[in-house]
Design a protein around this ligand. Sequence first.
Ligand code: FO1
Length: 334
Amino acid sequence: MRITALAGGVGGARFLRGLVHHLRAAHPDDRPEIIVIGNTGDDITLFGLRVCPDLDTILYTLGGGVHEGQGWGRVDESHHVAAELAELGATPQWFSLGDKDFATHIFRSQLLARGMPLSAVTAQLADRWGLAEQGVTLLPMTDTPVETHVVVTEGGDQVAIHFQEWWVRHQAALEADRFVVAGLDSAAAAPGVLEAIRSADVVLLPPSNPVVSIGIILGVPGVRDALRGSRAPVVGVSPLVGGRPVRGHADVCLRTIGVDTTSEAVAGLYQDFLDGWLVDPDDPMAQPGRTSRLAVVARPLLMSSVAAAADIAGAALALAQQLAAATGEAEALP
Ligand code: FO1
C-alpha cells in the first residue's frame, strides 16, 4: 500500500513523524510505503552553500536529530562556524546555521557541484537519517533550482526579497504584495514525483503552509493534474486551529494571496482534488448542519506530542479508508 504526502517544513515533518508512528503501531508487519514530496521553494544559497530548509526539517525530524523546540535545525548544536563568519563580517547573519547543519549544506553542495541532481543528493541524506527503515522515501518536488521570493514595498519602490529573508529576518512583518517563485514554471517534477501521485492508494496533505509550501509543490507542472486524475482519496489536515496557524505566518501568506484565514478557504485552494478534510472541533466547518462536498472530520489538531500527531495521522488515514470504501478502492487501505 502506498501513501504519498506533499509536505513543507515543521508542521509537515511533525505530521509525517506521527504517520510513521501510527503505521508502526497499526501495521507492525506490513507497513505501507510512504513517499514524501518535499517543498524546495524555501531553498536558499548562503555562503556559497545550498540550503534546503524543508527537506532538512523532514530529514532531521524523521531521523531523530531535529531541535524539537525550534522544529528545524539540529539538536545539541554549536555555532562556532557562524560566530567566525560574523567575525569575518560575512553576511547574512539573520539565518542561524549550526555547525552540524553546515555539514549537511557542505555535503549537499559538494554533490550538487559534481552534477548530482538534488533528488539523488536527498536520497543520500535520507540514508544517513535512516528514512528507508521507516518506509519513507523523500523526493524533492523538482531537481530544478526554485526559489520563492516576496515582493515588498520599501521606500515606495517594490523590491523582491528571498522568502527566507522575509520569513526569518522580517518575521513576515513587511507588507507583502505577492509571491514570485523563480524557476517554478519551467521546473520539471523530480523523478518519481508524478508517479508517486498517480500510483498512490492514499494522498495526504499534512498541515503545512498552504501558500508557500503545499501551494508551491502544486505549482510544479504536472502535479496538480496528477492529483486531479488520482484514483486515490486525497485527505488534508487544516493548518489552522482556532482560525489561526499553529505556528509560522500562514495567515499573512493567505492574506497576501487574498484568501481568508479559514479552514474552508484553505480547502478551497485544493478544491479541484481534495476529498477529505480534517478540522479542529471548534472550526466553523465542524459545526453541525454544515453542508460541504468535502468529507469533513472534526478532531483536535494540535500535534502536541508524537502520539498526538500519530492520532491525527491515523484519523486522516481512517477518513481515506472510508472514502476509498465509498468508491470501491478499499481493497488495500490500512
Ligand atoms: N527559522 C527561523 O525562524 N530562524 C532561523 O534562523 C532559521 C534558520 C534555519 C536554518 C536551517 C533550516 O533548515 C531552517 C531554518 N529556519 C529558521 C526555519 C525555516 O526558515 C523554515 O522552517 C522554513 O523555511 C519555512 O517552512
